[in-house]
Design a protein around this ligand. Structure first.
Ligand code: NDP
Length: 254
């Protein structure tokens, strides 16, 4: 059931980079990993560039998810490399978090976070939908899952409305929380509409992870998180359509 062709956003660091790394180490690695980042030529992308230099199945793609022109260019490039094949797995991983409390939040910051975390995910899915549909058509006999065609939106426990009272005092992150709650709704809507096309849509909480975003005091390492995510992706099925699951496969309440 391993996906053959995968696209992941935000691959130059954090969870995105580790996803690329661990996917390459799988017993049955994908034929193509479209690893996208905003500035492939930047020296800060050294690790991703090194991986791409050593692995022919990595295709580096420049992509700023909030920019329509960048999405159009990325789509054209990916289509060329797919050469008629479909895309089995699209992971909307790129995201931002800004300090934000009820007292300090302002419109500019709120809109910036919403634009990246929600609008970026929406535009990404719109752009690559034809290739996800194609993958589903290539495998009509397969059940819903990542081996067929799937869209994963990287969400967060902080977007869970039900869980908010447990952590709001310590981690207000207001604009981020609101954006991830909206991303959860987007995922639910996508799951309802795209199920008829054979595409599984699921929101994913990767755990509290030691990355630039999660910080050094986060609960788990990026290696642990991604190991869990890959196992979880492997087990995704129809019952995970339109829900929020965590890196260990547990359902998180909306
Ligand atoms: P990082 O901050 O380490 O990395 C974020 C990635 O997103 C970078 O590659 C960054 O690129 C990219 N990115 C940001 N904005 C854009 C954009 N507009 N277009 C394209 N790429 C962009 O974050 P993590 O790896 O920790 O997080 C990955 C995902 O997991 C996010 O969606 C996050 O919300 C989610 N998550 C993380 C948790 C954690 O504890 N770390 C907890 C819950 C959810 P660049 O280097 O160019 O800025």
């Amino acid at each position: 059931m391993a996906p053959q062709r995968i696209l992941i956003t935000g691959c130059n660091r954090g969870i995105g980079l580790e996803l690329v790394r661990q996917l390459l180490e799988q017993p049955n690695p994908p034929k193509q990993i479209f690893a996208t980042c905003r500035n492939p030529d930047s020296p800060q992308n050294q690790e991703l560039n090194d991986l791409a230099a050593k692995n022919q199945n990595i295709v580096l793609i420049k992509l700023e998810v909030t920019d329509a022109k960048s999405l159009e260019e990325a789509t054209t490039q990916v289509e060329k490399h797919l050469n008629g094949a479909g895309l089995n797995l699209l992971i909307s991983n790129a995201g931002i978090l800004q300090p934000s409390t009820l007292a300090t939040a302002d419109a500019e910051e709120f809109l910036k976070v919403y634009n990246t975390n929600v609008v970026g995910s929406l535009l990404l899915a719109q752009s690559f939908l034809p290739f996800l549909k194609k993958a589903a058509q290539e495998n009509p006999e397969k059940p819903l899952g990542c081996g067929k065609s799937a869209l994963i939106n990287m969400s967060s426990l902080l977007g869970s409305i039900e869980k908010t009272p447990e952590s709001f005092c310590f981690h207000p992150q207001l604009s981020y929380r609101c954006s991830k709650a909206a991303l959860n709704m987007l995922t639910r809507c996508q799951s309802v509409d795209y199920q008829k096309d054979g595409i599984l849509c699921t929101a994913l909480h990767p755990g509290w992870v030691q990355t630039d975003m999660g910080g050094p005091n986060a609960a788990i390492t990026v290696e642990e998180s991604v190991k869990g995510i890959i196992k979880m992706l492997d087990n995704l099925s129809e019952k995970h359509s339109g829900i929020l699951v965590d890196w260990e496969g547990n359902t998180v309440p909306w």
